[in-house]
Ligand binder design. Sequence first.
Ligand SMILES: Cc1ncc(COP(=O)(O)O)c(C=O)c1O
Length: 338
Amino acid sequence: MIDLRSDTVTRPSAGMLAAMIEAPVGDDVYGEDPTVGALEARVAELFGKQDALFCATGSLANQLGIWLHTPPGTEVLCDAQAHIARAEMGAHGALAGVTMRTWGSERGRLVADDALAMAAVGCGPYLVETACIEVEDTHNFGGGTVQDFDELAKLSDGARSLGLATHLDGARLANAAAVTGRSFAEYGALFDTVSLCLSKGLGAPVGSVLVGNAEQMQRARVQRKRMGAGWRQAGVLAAAALHALDHNLSRIADDHRAARALAESISAVVPGVVEEPSTNIVLIPTPDAPGVAARLRDEGVLISVLGPTALRAVTHLDVTAEQCEEAGRLIGQAIGGP
Ligand SMILES: Cc1ncc(COP(=O)(O)O)c(C=O)c1O
């Protein structure tokens, strides 16, 4: 099977498994796991932040990040197709009492003025008060869209002058940074908190890290435990995450090349249907997405159904460019090529 459903499907490599086996561990709820401590210190430093918190998932890191900034009864603003709006099971409302208003966009691309224009600040007893603006980079449902760094900077300045907090869902920030050439620290300087997934393009089996200042991370640590997500000898997972940072960060552009090969291969069969991917995600419009995905499964290719007329293929560590070309040819035939 060529599994292109997501970049979360990778298996730990032999080197990663060895690092996990050898990791020194302790009880992280007591703050005694040296490998978790090393990971948190490393990621905090990468982002130029005071502290970090290792979490089981990107969804948890986002929930904690937004919870930090947004008291119950206030709102977070985000893109209409944001992961926090569509794919976190309503957690921000259901668990944290946060409401959400969303802006529309072209494939998730941030226009800072559109976001800032929605802010409700000092609206007295009449309107829900905006507390936080959230941005996703790269934008998943937008198709791996990379945010323009100048727009991020404009949003950050505008939010700060309005007294609003900012959170960056950087689940795939490694992919964005590979394209813009910006460092994590440059992104970290723009946002109060950032979440980064190690379990996507970076290839760790589990884990995301939230970064922010020391007081925020202390509060997030308590809230994480309150949510039942304190963990004990998590160093085995932190070791995989450290291995991912050491070995897989520098190769992430390979996934972008594989995505381009996949898109070109589809276009060779059916010209003009897919756009050139910006990163590792290829969106494939087709009138019958579930039917096409089922046919492709029979031919050995797994892809995601994003909606009735949209498919998504994601490249990652465990597929080669050649496999992507082959998958592209089969996808092209399945969506109506000769
Ligand atoms: C942009 C984005 N944010 C957050 C997440 C959540 O990550 P997790 O699946 O680890 O909860 C995802 C997962 O696909 C994502 O694409």
